[in-house]
Design a binder for this molecule. Structure first.
Ligand code: C5P
Length: 230
């Protein structure tokens, strides 16, 4: 079982390209994330292949539906052997509780994470869909609801990590994307933190895509990130 807190985002359009990258990674040194594009194109097979290669797989499908449907989708993901999965906290407490209950007694109990507000949401979009108040207060409220519903943690920006860590304690998992090693290209990410800054702020796991997947030597990039954390 890997002990790494680095999750490599396999943001690829095909199973072949995702597996070409995973074959260059050591499953004892990182975990991997499968998102909507790869899953929609490749289906459960890509998850099964990665699991059989020894990877812990974070299935990032952000389920959001009626409680019964989300519970069954979570059960199906647990049956696939995923290590971590997520649901939208905006689905409400009953949906989150149902999701947790569906996987809690599974032989492979996955870590169940909530998505609060997407970091792509700005104030205008927030108000357009009828929400009021501030984005930051809403993130705190939804994280509290996730905790109260028995979820294991939330996806959050590393900028929010220290406050959430203080409120929710050591056992609450904080999964943070938007990570950029010093001197690496930011791409479309705006408020980034380095791996070390994010861990120091309280992140449990770092989701890192392009700084590793677009590196000439992905293991070397991973190695440099590990060293920066020591
Ligand atoms: O390549 P990069 O490191 O920017 O990839 C970050 C990964 O984290 C992508 O899979 C992206 O979809 C995901 N993510 C994010 N910001 C969020 C939630 C997820 O960047 N708020």
């Amino acid at each position: 079982m890997p002990s790494s807190n680095i999750i490599v985002a396999l943001d690829y359009p095909t199973m072949e390209s995702a597996l070409a990258l995973s074959s260059q990674l050591d499953p004892s040194r990182c975990r991997v994330k499968v998102g909507k594009e790869l899953f929609t194109r490749s289906g459960p097979q890509v998850v099964e292949k990665l699991v059989s290669q020894g990877f812990d797989v974070f299935l990032d499908l952000k389920y959001h539906d009626i409680p019964n449907t989300v519970a069954k989708a979570c059960l199906a993901a647990a049956d696939l052997g995923v290590w971590m999965m997520n649901v939208h906290t905006l689905g409400g407490q009953k949906m989150m509780v149902s999701a947790k209950e569906a996987v809690a007694n599974h032989s492979n109990t996955p870590i169940l994470i909530g998505v609060t507000l997407l970091t792509s949401m700005d104030q205008q979009t927030f108000e357009q869909i009828g929400l009021t108040g501030s984005i930051s207060d809403t993130v705190l409220k939804l994280a509290q609801l996730a905790d109260d519903s028995g979820l294991d943690g939330v996806v959050c920006s590393a900028q929010e990590a220290s406050q959430l860590r203080q409120i929710h304690g050591e056992d609450f998992q904080l999964i943070t994307p938007g990570i950029r090693p010093a001197n690496s290209a930011h791409g479309d990410q705006h408020r980034t933190m380095t791996p070390k800054q994010a861990i120091d702020a309280g992140s449990s796991y770092l989701v890192i895509g392009r700084p590793i997947t677009e590196a000439e030597d992905p293991m070397k990039a991973l190695d440099a990130i590990e060293k920066s954390l020591k």
